[in-house]
Design a protein around this ligand. Sequence first.
Ligand code: ATP
Ligand code: MG
Length: 383
Amino acid sequence: MKVIIIRYSEIHLKGNNRDFFESALVSNIKTVLKDFRYEFARSNARYIIREFDQERLYDIVDAIKNVFGVHSLSIAEEVSSDLNEISRAALLFAPQSGTFKVNTNRADKRFPLRSMEVSAEVGGDILEAHPNLKVDLYNPEHTVSIDIRENGKTFVYSETIKAVNGMPVGTGGKGIVMLSGGIDSPVAAYMMAKRGMTLRAVHFHSFPYTSLQARQKVLDLAKIIKKYTLHMTVDVVSFTEIQTAIHEQCPEEYMITIMRRFMMRIAERIAKLHGAGAVITGESLGQVASQTLESITSTNSVASIPVFRPLIGFDKDEIIEISQKIGTFDTSILPYEDCCTIFLPKRPVTKPRLEHVLKVESVLDVDTLVENALSSIESVVIE
Ligand code: ATP
Ligand code: MG
C-alpha cells in the first residue's frame, strides 16, 4: 500500500513545548488536506498518511510540502515485515541504471535478520532483477531505504522530497503585515509565517486616486500568501483623507515620511484590536529614500510594539528570487499604482530629523485622522 511519510524539522528540539508545536503542525497539515480523503497517523517522530486517492498523490505531497515545520516527505510502500514482501516492494523502487545501495533501519529487534543482512539480501534481489545496476555503498546515485517498524510493518522508499522547514504557523505569536502591492511585503509575510507567526494584513488604498484593480491585486497577493499562512484577512483602510491632509498642509518633501508614520500608527491600532504583538513591513535598508536609517527611525518612533523587517538585510535580487519561489512575483509586478506613488514629491527627504518631522506633522489633527481611517476599515476574509 502506498503511503506518505512526513518528517518534521526543528520542532523536535523544543523539549517541553513539543506537544504545543506538534499539535499546531498536525492541525496545519489537516488544514491543507481538508479537501482530500486520507487517514492520518503518528509514528515515532513522523506522520503517516494512508488511504488517500492514488491519483491525488502528488497534489497531497505538494500541499504538505508547503506547511512550515515539515522537513521532508517520502512516498513509500508499506508492507508486512516479511523479507519476501520487502524485497518485492524494494524492486518497485529499483532504478533503471547507475549505482545504488540499500539502507536498512531495524527498529523491530525481533526481526530475524540484522539490518546489514536485510540490505545484502534485498540488494542481491535487485541486482538479480536488474543485472546492469551496480552497488556503490559510499557514493550511490540511488538509495533504497527500508525501515522495519515495531508494529510488524515496514516502509520501503527511495526518494526524500525536501519541504519548506521553518516553524508551524501558530507557534510564533501574531503579527500584522503591512501589505502593499509591491514585491517586498508579500515576501516579508512569507518569512514571518515561516517562523511560525499567525498573520493578518493591512492594506492602505487611496480610492479614487488608486484604482480598484490595485486593491484587487493586493487581495490576489493575499490569496497566494494564504497558501503559507493558512488563514488570511486583509483590513483594507482608506488612506485618502490622510494623504490629502498631508498633501495640503505639510511640505511636499515630507509626504512619504509622514504617510509612513500614519500607516504605522494605524497598523499598531489594528494589532491591538486583534491581539497581535508585532507589525511587519517589507523594508530593506537603503532601498529607497523612505528606507534609510533616519526614515526608519522616524516611522518606528510612533510604534510601541516590535516592528519586524525580515528583509532589512536583503538585496532586491534576493527578494525577487524568493518572490518567484513563493509565487507572488508575477502578481506583484502588475502595473497598478500604489498609494505611495501618488502626490509623490520630486525630492523626498532621505534623512528626516525627528524633531523636524514632529514640527511639520504638528499642524495635523493626528488622532482624528487615525480614528477616521480606522472606521473606514473593510475586513476582507480571504477564502
Ligand atoms: P513593497 O515592495 O512591499 O511595496 P517597497 O520597496 O515598494 O515595498 P515602500 O513603498 O517604501 O517599499 O514600502 C515599504 C513598506 O511599507 C512595504 O514593504 C509595506 O510593508 C509598507 N507599505 C507601503 N505601502 C503600503 C500600502 N499601501 N499598504 C500597506 N502597507 C504598505
Ligand atoms: Mg511599494
